[in-house]
Each structure stands twice: as structure tokens, then as C-alpha cells.
Design a protein around this ligand. Structure first.
Ligand code: NDP
Length: 334
């Protein structure tokens, strides 16, 4: 595969130019580009520039408001809400970050719902914005049906990711961020594009038969990780980001979507916790370090998030590589 090399700032400039040219104002374009290029920086290609054609499609179809002005309100002493004004999630999340952190510090715990947003990115970005303030954080969002429920053979749940982060002094936080499907759908799309096969157990074809062909899985559906246990977590996420906050579940998002290839409208829930307010009489951060040290003494282990943060050193000096075909497609949007 032919690839093209870009520095992180070249990739960011390109994404901003394309988004502005296709209908975003500067503030929205910059927020989306920040998130997309953070994914490229950490070598998470499925949520990097690979997503730009979907963003453009949703601007061109008029589904998403590229000039969104998110609005913040307080629903209860430690429950906040941001209405994303039918825009992309990153600017709504930027609006949410500081008020949520302050509310968690004041109350020990705080939750934020985001409604009327279009989420097309990885969740660790929002988690890190809270762990860097010394908070422990969780995030949940849904998508459109692509995962079979336990016992079923048709798409019903979104790939419904959840992420959790714990802050660490003078080093990157521990963050896990995972789809409740065996893999993020973007990873399957990239495997189909690049002609790779999938590991066993990722998904089933349209007839419900196991397959390792990514296109057959895209035409059929993914499976939840861990069988019925992963399916229950996917169900929990549907409830948190749908009925709890008055936004769309995955099946409702699909019914309302125009299928332009961009992200559907949906919601997200963030929970921030101040570890200093939960009664540990010793330093909770030092206590956590003992846990991490004990864990890492075992051969073969690592902390979730380490792969990504190690990649930062590489991309800061070497930049990123994207397929020439993707670069050509992005250029055609200008
Ligand atoms: P992966 O299965 O690649 O990784 C899941 C998590 O497990 C990561 O935090 C990863 O850390 C960690 N991990 C992997 N291997 C190990 C190991 N050996 N030891 C310890 N930890 C490990 O991710 P998914 O395919 O499930 O999801 C990819 C992304 O897709 C996520 O960022 C998710 O937010 C996003 N997504 C977004 C959706 C949306 O609608 N917006 C929908 C679905 C997914 P590390 O990164 O360091 O490898």
C-alpha cells in the first residue's frame, strides 16, 4: 500500500481546512481536528483521518451543524448537561470539561450528559481531559446497530464503547477504552479496505454463520466481547445514553439517520470522581501506584493506554503515515 507521510501539524492543518471548506466554523473545525489528530498521534487509525470523509459527508448532507454553539446547564447539584446544538461531540466536550471537573471536585462525584451531538471519535480523549485534573473518569456512548445481542444473529446494539481512566502523577494516566463489540467497527472497515482477515470470533455473516472475512462481518454483524457479559454492558450503555438522558438508543439513531456515512445523532454520559473525596485516609494516588506496581511485576503485563502513550514519542518525531488513497480522497474535498 502506498503511504504518505505528514507531520502532526500538517495533518491538523489539512483536517481544519477540509472541515472549514465543507461547512464548519473555525471553532468546530479545530475541535474536531484536535480529536482526530490526537488519534493519529497515538496511532489509532480507525478514529483518525480515516473518519474525515464521514465528517465531510455529514456536513454536505446538512445532517450536522458545523456552526454549533453548545449550551451548558445544571440539572441537579452534581448533574450537568450540555446540548451540543446538533454539532460534533468534540466542541460539546470542550464546553463540558471544566464545569464537570469543578463540579466533581466540589461534590466528590459529578455526571454530565451530552445530548444532540454526533460522536465519531475515541473516548480516551475526553477521559484524559479529566484525569489530567486529578480525577478518575468514565465515559459511555452508543452508535447505530452493528452488534448482535446475546442469543441473536442480527445487529441491534451499537459498538457502544466505554472508557475508564485513573490519574497518575508525572506520567500518563491509566486509561482503558474499549468497544463492547469484539472490535470497533472502524477496525473491521480498515481490515476490509486493506485486505486483511479477522481473528476468529469477531463476527458473523448475514446468515448468522461465523466468518473471518471483514466484508462479510460488515454485511452481517459483530459479536459482543465475552458473549452475554459484553452484551449486558452494551445494554447498560444503551440505557445510560438513551432513556437516562433522553437521547436516542442505537436502534432509534439508525431509524432517524440519513445514512450519509457520517455519525448519527446520539448522546454520551461522562462521570467524574475525585479520588480525594471518597474516604481513603492515605493518598489514593499512591495506593493506586502500589496496585499498578504489583500488577506490572508479572511478566507479560502492561497497563491499558501504554501502547498509545508510547506511540506519542514516535509520531512526535516521525509524523504519521496514511494511505495515499485516503490522502487523495481528502484532497478531493477541498
Ligand atoms: P482495543 O480492543 O484495541 O483496546 C481496548 C483497550 O484495551 C485499550 O485501552 C487498550 O490499550 C487495552 N489493551 C489492549 N491490549 C492490552 C493488553 N495486552 N494489556 C492491557 N491493556 C490492553 O479497542 P477497541 O477496538 O475495543 O476500541 C477502539 C476504539 O474505538 C476505542 O477508542 C473506542 O472509544 C472507539 N469506538 C468509538 C465508537 C463511537 O461510537 N464513537 C464506537 C466504538 C468504538 P492500548 O490503547 O494502550 O492498546
Amino acid at each position: 500500500m502506498n503511504e504518505i507521510n505528514l507531520s502532526l501539524s500538517q495533518a491538523h492543518d489539512l483536517a481544519v481546512r477540509v472541515l472549514i471548506h465543507n461547512g464548519c466554523n473555525s471553532e468546530n473545525a479545530t475541535s474536531v481536528a484536535d480529536t482526530m489528530i490526537a488519534a493519529e498521534r497515538d496511532i489509532c487509525h480507525s478514529h483518525g483521518l480515516f473518519r474525515l470523509p464521514g465528517y465531510v459527508a455529514s456536513l454536505r448532507s446538512g445532517k450536522v451543524n458545523g456552526n454549533a454553539k453548545p449550551r451548558l446547564e445544571r440539572l441537579a447539584p452534581s448533574v450537568l448537561r450540555v446540548d451540543g446544538d446538533n454539532g460534533y461531540a468534540p466542541l460539546a466536550l470542550k464546553t463540558a470539561r471544566d464545569p464537570l471537573a469543578q463540579c466533581a471536585t466540589e461534590n466528590g462525584i459529578a455526571a454530565m450528559s451530552l445530548i444532540n451531538i454526533h460522536h465519531f471519535s475515541a473516548l480516551w480523549v475526553e477521559i484524559e481531559s479529566l484525569t489530567e485534573k486529578g480525577l478518575c473518569a468514565m465515559a459511555f456512548t452508543a452508535y447505530t446497530p452493528s452488534v448482535a445481542p446475546a442469543g441473536g444473529t442480527k445487529p441491534f446494539y451499537g459498538t457502544n464503547p466505554m472508557a475508564f481512566g485513573w490519574p497518575r502523577a508525572n506520567q500518563p494516566p491509566m486509561v482503558f477504552d474499549q468497544a463492547t463489540a469484539t472490535q470497533a467497527r472502524g477496525e473491521v472497515m480498515i481490515a476490509a479496505r486493506d485486505g486483511h482477515t479477522l481473528p476468529p470470533g469477531v463476527g458473523i455473516d448475514a446468515r448468522g454463520n461465523p466468518t473471518n472475512d471483514p466484508q462479510d462481518v460488515l454485511d452481517g454483524c459483530l459479536l459482543p466481547f465475552g458473549g452475554y457479559k459484553g452484551a449486558s454492558i452494551a445494554l447498560m450503555i444503551e440505557l445510560l445514553v438513551g432513556p437516562l438522558i433522553g437521547e436516542r438508543c442505537s436502534f432509534e439513531a439508525e431509524a432517524a439517520d440519513n445514512h450519509d456515512g457520517g455519525p448519527p445523532r446520539g448522546g454520551e454520559v461522562l462521570i467524574a470522581i475525585d479520588p480525594r473525596r471518597f474516604g481513603n485516609t492515605e493518598d489514593p494516588y499512591a495506593h493506586a501506584e502500589r496496585l499498578f506496581t504489583a500488577l506490572l511485576e508479572m511478566d507479560g503485563t502492561r497497563l491499558p493506554g501504554d501502547r498509545r502513550t508510547r506511540n506519542r514519542e514516535k509520531t512526535a518525531t516521525e509524523g504519521i503515515a496514511i494511505p495515499q488513497s485516503l490522502h487523495d480522497r481528502i484532497q478531493s474535498f477541498l
